[in-house]
Design a protein around this ligand. Sequence first.
Ligand SMILES: [Mg+2]
Length: 263
Amino acid sequence: MLDPVTPAGRLGLAALRRDPRHAVVALDYDGTLAPIVSRPEEAVPQVGTVEVLTALAGRVGRIALVTGRPADVVVALAGLAPVPGLVVLGQYGVQRWQAGSLAEQPPAPGLAEARRALPSLLDEPGVQVEDKGLSLVVHTRQADDPVGALARLHPVLSALAARTGLQLTPGRLVLELRPRGYDKGRALRTLVDGSSAVLFAGDDLGDLAAFDTVDALREEGTEGLLVCSDSEEAPEALRSRADLVVPGPPGVVQLLNDLAGEL
Ligand SMILES: [Mg+2]
């Protein structure tokens, strides 16, 4: 499993093995540590997730989750509170959870208006809104034609985002209205400070920003290892940039177990 296909990935893994105490291991949640399910509140982690994160926590400098979901929701859902030193950056870095306490930015000014306007714009059966408090997510997975519904809603929600000063971010059968200026790349950067290496694993378009940050860190002298949690829905843009492609959350947990066993 620990066999990067790129020279840069091999450098990243070597740096991680050489100096794990100064390495960062940062992971997306949905689709990476938990299988994608129709109802997000049922996205329980892959078996062995808590155990392997705990094992890694004692071996690497920083273990973190970087997720689009509310940080406290993921911690509760996945039972992550006991993982020593774990940091969870939620809602693309708008929130930071650590040792049981949650810090977050105030809501974006246009969010209340977007929340009011949204219901009247969604007229297809099965299209659902998830209110994350600091962002709004439109899900089309339950619509009769999920891909078509997503395509029809994109321009409508783009216009709403422009009007309310929010950013529209697409994902796996979702469109998210969220504060501008936050993404997983910026979030990941807050975890890195003189680090020897950074491992980042993700499965979706929102993870590309973190891939960009790892590429930038490489230029600055911190090695990186980019992992794609693969599935039929995984974007080619992510898969093609990864140093390692593993089969979904079971593959990610196996990879982390292999790594923990070596460090
Ligand atoms: Mg994901």
